[in-house]
Structure formats: C-alpha cells, structure tokens
Design a protein. Structure first.
Length: 682
C-alpha cells in the first residue's frame, strides 16, 4: 500500500466555480464515476466508527463507471485537527469492490473519504496491449498516449516531471517498437498512477468520522470489589488503605481495571437492611447506590473509607502496578442528598407533594430518587453532572462504569461524553445497560467506549454462536465494544447457582476468550458464590449490596490460580486481544462450543463443554482456512491450560472435556511449517 500526504487543495481536484442553477445539471453530466456502499459507516456518518490506537482501518467501497473505461480510487484520511490529507491507494477486489486501509496512531478523532476517477491512461494502456497482440497499427494510439503523458508532466514536479517528459518524447518516436516498449513499461504506469490528471473525479461525500480510543478500550480485564468489604478481618468496615493492600493480589491475577461500586456517603432515609429488607438495624450500612447524606453527595467520599488524599494515593498506587481504578457513575440520589434540599427542581414531585422514588415494578427503591431529566432546569442539572465527572477526573480517574445509562436521555449522554472527551480524550465509559438491544446499541453509538452484554444468560452453544457472531461482525462491530461479565452484584444466573465448580470454570474460559474485554464480580466469582436469595431469584443471599462481606480468599477451592492462568494466556496471545477474527467451528455435540481467533502468526482455538455435570466427547470440524492450515499436513495444538500437546490432522478432530477436572481446551495452534524440533520446544 502506497501512501502520500497532500495539502487540502491538492487532495482532490479543485471544484469548478459555482454555476447558476440552470447550468448545474450540465456540469454534473461530465462526472461518470459512482461511489457506493462505503464501509465502515455508522448510520450514514451520523456517528463515528470506533477503533483503538494501532488498529488498521479497512475501508471498502463500490467504485465504478459506465462503459468499459478503467477507474481508479484513492483513500484519503487524516486526524480532524490536521491540515493535510494522507492519500492511500485502493486496490480492486472483485465486482467493482475496492479496498484501502490506514493505521490510526493517536487517541482522538479521524476522518476518511474516497475519491474515484476515470483512469484514462490505464484504459489507453489496456487497449494498446490488445491492439499490439492483434498486430494492429498503433501509431495513432501512441500519439494519444503521448498526449496523456505530456499533460501529466506539466503538473509533476522535479524528477517525476522530467521522466514523464522524456517518456512522452519516446512515445512520439518514429521507432514504433521502442515507443510500444515505453508505453507498456511498468515504471511509466507507476508514474502515471501518481501524476496523471484526475478529470471529473468524484468524492464519496462527507468524510466518515472515526473515533480512536486508547488500547484499554479494546482490551481489558476488570475486577469488581466493594472497598467497604476489603478489611482483612471480619466485622470491620474496609478502607482505601485496605484496598491498597489488595492491589498486588489483583495485579498478580492479571486484572488491569479495579472497579468500585459508588464510594460516596450513603443516605439513612429509607435505608435498606440486609437482603434488601425495609427494616434496617442501627448497624446496617445500606446500599452504596443510595448516594448522598449530610456528609456530601456525588463529589464526596464515604468517611469510613478515608479521605480524598487517601483515594488519590490509592489511584497512584494502583497505577504503579499497572492497574487503573474505575468508578461507578450512578446519577441518582438518596432522599438525604444535598441536591434534594438545594435543587428540588431537579426531581419529579408527586401530587401529594412527595418526591417520586425509583421503581421497576414490582421492585421499589424507596432509598433512591431519580433525577427528572425533563425538568425545566435541565441545563443546570446537566452542567452539575458534568462537574461531578470532572471532579473525579481531577482526582485521577480515567474510567467510569455508568449505572443504568438507559434510564437517562440519549441526548444527555451524547453531550456529556463529547464534552469530557474534548478535554480528556483518554477517558473511557462502560455502559451498564441490560435493556433492549436497540437502546444498548444507541448508547454505544453516542459515545460509550464499552458495553455490557447478554453474555451472562447465553449458556447454550447455539446461543453463544448466534450472539457473538452478531457482536463481532459489521455493522455492530463498527461501534459496539462488548465487555462480558459472567456475574455482577445484581446477577447470579441459574447456571452458576446449580452448575458447581465446572460451571464457574466454563464461564471464566468463555468470558476471557470470546471477548477482548471482560469483567468479574471478583470475590464472589473467585469463591464460587452461588446461593440465591430465594429459588428463581438472581439476587445473592446476603448480598454485598446491602451488607459488608468478609471473603476468605485463602480458601483451598478458590479459582484464583485458574483465573490467573487465563489472564496470562490472554496477555501472551495477541489473538485474544481483539474480537474481529472470531470464528465458530461446527461441532457434532450440542453441549460443546468451539471457536478460534487469529492475529498474525498467533492462532488460538478454544473448545468448551457447557454442560457442567457430564463429561462430553465431540467431533470438531475445523475451518482450516481460518486457522491458516492446509488439509494435507498434520499440525499440533498446545493446550495453554494443561500444557498438553496433541497432534491433529485434517478438518475433523476429537475433543473430550470433563467438567470435574477442566471443562475446556485453550489451544495455541502450531503453524504447519514448523519443524519437529520446533514442536519439541513449542
């Protein structure tokens, strides 16, 4: 792929002077090239395509014209704050489809467009070849070609101009054999490709926007814990200092984002007791999502956790270990929040004069007042919520997990995220919206960096295949970045309640290998917490949302080592650090799912038994092309979980997976060109 930089004036032909309306159709009549079906493209360019630093943006479009003339196409791209476009050649694929690519190297906003034109020189050269092969007289044709080259020479500077002038003279030579040789010389074709006139070129329309995030938007491992449960001994309220003592363990497990539920003061009015009861005792700590008390609101810290200085020290300590602190952004209030007294206009009042508390019938959240985003004072509300985000950014936070964004207006989030990214383009927002797909997708389009998914409820292989194929292919893949969680403080699925250790291991393998971004409600997952509040409920018994929990992390059955191994496998295999190459492979057992990912020379193949109670064997039909393998040569697969190596051959191979030991294989595939000695150390 050749690239070159042009000024704005040189990027495309200078448009003709404005014509009266009556003349416009005649001017357009000289444009013959059509550009259609540009990809990637999100809602006609209304929203940006998403990428991360270092990504290759692959651009395709249909570019064609009437008749038999050859066309050419070029891809122009730039950061939007640049004054010049960089041009990259596009190459024909099949059926008038063209492709080009460029690399995004910085966080921020890029844009691209496509320019197409009739390539008169390529058309002339192609026809000349056929006439020479037919032994026709081409003397006139050579003169036509000389004229094309001469026009290009007039605008080409330096050595290129001199070489084109010389070529034109030789084309006009009386020696027809020599002139024909010059005409068909590939060096002249390359010069003309770069410098020939682009008469009546056409652009693809308004530039397509691309938003580029830092790499962590595309590859991250989240660990969620409640700071108030971080004390090493039971019965004591945890502090930021206690969390700091846990950082080495979190980093050693391979997690790079440590996420806290809200850390603000908690209201006392209508405080919930243990297991979400309405009759709390004097020592009940309440829900962290009931934000605000006389000690402060969204910009304050619960005094039992520590001070602002303690928090900032924790942020720095985490950063030194390669871990970022992510905060919950929950825009709602306890009845005790200062906003309720100072800004009653931001809340909805019922006919009896009381403020409307939050509900999701039949659930009632008497301890939470939602903001009224349709209130007359919406502008001041928006400004205040932006101020809150900026306060935490100033304290070192660059990642926010946003609670229930689908219950606030799209317009608000689009404005807020754009405002924040204008000054802090490295800030990331995770959308916690378990709602209708179109709502989830709209939130992603308007700026959320990552999004929760339905992964927790996709237990069967057929559902996994269907859902992740949708998530990882266009159009969704252009704007929706999945972050998969097998559990959260709100979600304890029936699969985890009843599946035992094998279920937790299977879900961990699926989460870490299906998606480049994943997270765990950490202590509960490590220790395989599976007790529901009641049969049929996804709420935990003794939920940490309403009480302090002590987690005995030294338990012999902990999954800590298994999770550590999975995170190491992710770091060591670039294939698992992206989602675009995910491919599913047919399996003859409905309990087993098999898929692969590839990045360059690195290919990972995963097989998971989703039945946590029974040992299953399955025949897997491999897509050898997706794995970079051929039918006629054996290859080896190295299980990264068990360190076992298997010799396979051809499309059909067998796996046996026992949930009592390990319900999955995570294979690294050896390329077939390796020698036997290479395999010995693979």
């Amino acid at each position: 792929m050749r690239t070159r930089t042009r000024s704005i004036r040189d990027a495309v032909p200078t448009p003709a002077p404005e014509q009266p309306a009556a003349a416009a159709p005649a001017a357009r009549g000289r444009v013959r090239v059509v550009i259609e079906a540009v990809q990637p493209y999100v809602d006609g360019g209304r929203f940006p395509v998403k990428r991360v630093v270092g990504d290759v943006v692959q651009v395709e479009a249909d570019v064609f014209c009437d008749g038999h003339d050859h066309v050419s196409a070029a891809l122009f791209h730039r950061r939007t704050d640049a004054t010049a476009w960089t041009e990259a050649d596009m190459t024909p694929l099949v059926n008038d489809r063209w492709a080009g690519r460029f690399v995004v190297e910085q966080v921020g906003r890029y844009e691209f467009k496509i320019v197409g034109w009739v390539n008169y020189f390529a058309t002339w050269r192609h026809n000349l070849e056929k006439r020479i092969a037919a032994e026709q007289d081409v003397s006139v044709d050579l003169q036509i070609g000389a004229g094309l080259v001469e026009r290009a020479a007039k605008t080409a500077a330096g050595d290129a101009g001199r070489r084109l002038t010389g070529a034109a003279l030789r084309l006009r030579s009386s020696n027809a054999r020599e002139a024909a040789s010059v005409a068909l010389d590939e060096r002249l074709a390359r010069l003309m490709h770069r410098h020939a006139e682009r008469c009546f070129a056409v652009e693809s329309g308004e530039p397509v926007p691309v938003w580029v995030d830092r790499k962590k938007a595309g590859f991250s491992a989240w660990y969620e814990l409640f700071p108030r449960s971080a004390a090493p001994e039971p019965g004591r309220h945890g502090t930021f200092r206690d969390v700091e003592a846990r950082l080495d363990g979190v980093a050693a497990m391979g997690f790079d984002v440590l996420y806290f539920p809200p850390i603000h003061p908690i209201g006392r009015a209508f405080r919930k007791g243990k297991n979400n009861t309405l009759d709390p005792g004097p020592d009940d700590v309440g829900s962290p999502w009931a934000i605000g008390s006389e000690e402060g609101g969204h910009d304050a810290i619960h005094p039992a956790l520590g001070t602002v200085a303690d928090f900032e020290h924790l942020v720095r300590a985490a950063e030194s270990r390669g871990v970022e602190i992510a905060l919950d952004l929950a825009f709602q209030c306890s009845p005790d929040h200062p906003y309720v007294r100072e800004h009653p206009e931001w809340f909805r009042t019922r006919p009896d004069g009381s403020i409307q508390y939050a509900e999701n019938p039949p659930k009632k959240y008497q301890d939470i007042y939602p903001f009224d985003f349709e209130c007359a004072a919406w502008e001041s509300l928006w400004r205040e919520l932006k101020r809150v985000v900026c306060v935490w950014i100033d304290r070192g936070v660059r990642i926010f997990r946003v609670d229930n964004p689908h219950t606030k207006p799209f317009a608000f989030w689009e404005w807020l995220i754009a405002e924040i990214k204008r000054d802090h383009p490295d800030v990331l927002f995770l959308s916690e919206a378990f709602t209708r797909p179109k709502v989830m997708y709209r939130l992603a389009k308007i700026g959320f960096s990552q999004s929760y998914t339905y992964f927790a409820w996709r237990d069967e292989p057929w559902g996994i295949r269907q859902y992740f194929t949708e998530l990882t292919t266009p159009p969704l893949a252009e704007f929706f970045r999945p972050n998969v969680w097998p559990n959260t403080p709100d979600i304890l699925t029936a699969y985890l309640q009843t599946g035992g250790r094998g279920a937790f291991m299977a879900r961990a393998v699926l989460a870490t290998t299906l998606s480049a971004n994943y997270g765990l409600y950490g202590p509960a997952f490590e220790l395989m917490e599976h007790r529901p509040l009641r049969p049929g409920s996804e709420e935990y018994l003794d939920s940490e949302k309403y009480q302090i929990r002590h987690w005995p992390r030294d338990r012999s059955d902990s999954l800590r080592e298994f999770l550590t191994r999975l995170n190491r496998i992710r770091r060591e295999n670039p294939a698992l650090q992206q989602d675009r190459t995910l491919r599913f492979h047919p399996v003859d057992n409905p309990a087993v799912v098999c898929y692969s990912k590839a990045a360059g020379e690195n290919t990972v193949l995963v097989a998971v038994n989703t039945d946590p109670h029974h040992h299953h064997w399955a025949n897997v039909e491999l897509d050898l092309g997706a794995l970079g393998l051929s039918e006629d040569r054996p290859f080896r697969v190295h299980d990264q979980l068990t360190n076992e190596v298997y010799r396979w051959h051809g499309r059909w191979n067998v796996v046996g997976l026992d949930p009592a030991s390990c319900p999955a294989h995570v294979f690294r595939v050896a390329r077939q060109e390796r020698t036997e000695s290479d395999f010995e150390t693979f």
